[in-house]
Design a protein around this ligand. Sequence first.
Ligand SMILES: Cc1ncc(COP(=O)(O)O)c(C=O)c1O
Length: 393
Amino acid sequence: MPRPTVLSNRAEALKPSLTLAISARAKALQQDGRDICSMSAGEPDFNTPDFIVEAAIKALRDGVTRYGPAAGDPELREAIADKLTQHNNIPSTATNVLVTNGGKQAIFNLFQVLLNPGDQVLIPAPYWLSYPEMARLAGAEPVVIPSSAEEGFSLDLDALEAAITPNTRLLVINSPGNPTGRVIERSEMLAVAEIVRRHPQLLVMSDEIYEYLLEEGETHHSFAALAPDLAERTMVVNGFAKGWAMTGWRLGYLVAPPEVIKAAAALQSQSTSNVCSFAQRGALAALRGSQDCVKSMAASFNSRRRLLTQGLKALDGLTLVPPRGAFYAFPKLPDHVSSSLAFCEAALEREGLALVPGAAFGDDRCVRLSCAVSHETIEDGLSRLEPLLASQL
Ligand SMILES: Cc1ncc(COP(=O)(O)O)c(C=O)c1O
C-alpha cells in the first residue's frame, strides 16, 4: 500500500504558531458566551482611509483587473523609490524596489534569494515571530541574540559580534520593534554599523514596517541612511499595513540592490505572480495622497500606548520597558511565573483576557499586549491582568 500523504522535511520542521492556540481558544470561549477582552491584536483597529479605498474601487472599474509585472506596478515602484529617497534619505530608483504581498512576503523572498543551507541569520530577541521560521524555510540557521527587560532590551553589541562566524550571512534589525515597541537610537544603530563594517560577508535586513508609529519626540532611523557606505549591503522591508491600516490588502515592499530585486522578482514570478493589481493602485494613492491620515492614526496609538504604559507601570510585579513605537507593550512577568504560555492560558481561562505569550517572540519571561484597541478595552484588560500577577500559576 502506498503511504498516504507524507509531508516534506520542511513542512515537518515548521513550528505551528503559538499564538493560534490562544486565539482559537479565545474564539471558542467567546462563542460559548464568555466575556473576552482581547489585547492580542497585531493590526490597527482603523479602517483603511477612504481615499485609498476609492482609488482601488476606481481601478477595478477602470479594468485594472489583469496580471501585472511580477516586480510590481511601475508607477508604484517609482513612488516607493521616491518615498525612500525623500523620506528615508536612502537614494533609490524603481530598480531597487519589489512590491510584495505584505512585508511578510518581502522577508520570505529575501531570505529565499540570499540564504543557502548552512548560512546563519542573527536575530536579536525579542523578535517578530516569523523571522526564525522563514530563515529555517530557506535552509538557514537562526541564531538568536538574547536581551533582557532589565537592560531595556538594548542590543548586546558584544554578544552580537561574538556570534558572528564565517557562515553568518544576515543580521535582522527591526525598529520600531514588535513585540517590544522599542525604537533603536541613532547611537546604537551607528554602533551596529561599525560591527557590520568589520564583517564584509554580513548583510543587514532592516524591517521598518512600524516607521510611522512613533511616540512624540522619537525619530525613526533607517540603517542605510545612517550608514550610506553599507547601503549596498542593506535590504529594507516595509509596507502599508501598519501606517495606513491596510493589513488585509497584503501590500509591502522590499528595497535592495537591483540584482537582489531581480532574483526576488523571478521567485515571485514563479510563485505568486504579482500583487493584486487594483490593490497596488490603492497603495499608490496612499503614497501620493495627504499623509494626514497616517499622522492622526499614529497620534491615536500614542494616546493609547501611553494609557497602557501608565496602567502597566502602576501594576505590582511587572518590569516594563516603556514602548516608544508600534502598538505593543512587552512587560516582564513576576519572577514566580515560569512560563508565558501557562500565564496566558490562565489569563484566558480565569479572567477572559487574551494576551500573546512572550515565548512566541523568543522571551518566555514576558507577554505582549496590544494597544490597538479602545481605551475602554485597555482599562478593562489592565483590571483583568492585576489579579493574575499576584496569584500562583
Ligand atoms: C515586525 C513585523 N514585520 C513585518 C510584518 C508583516 O506585515 P505585513 O505582511 O502585514 O505587511 C509584521 C506584521 O505583524 C511585523 O510585526
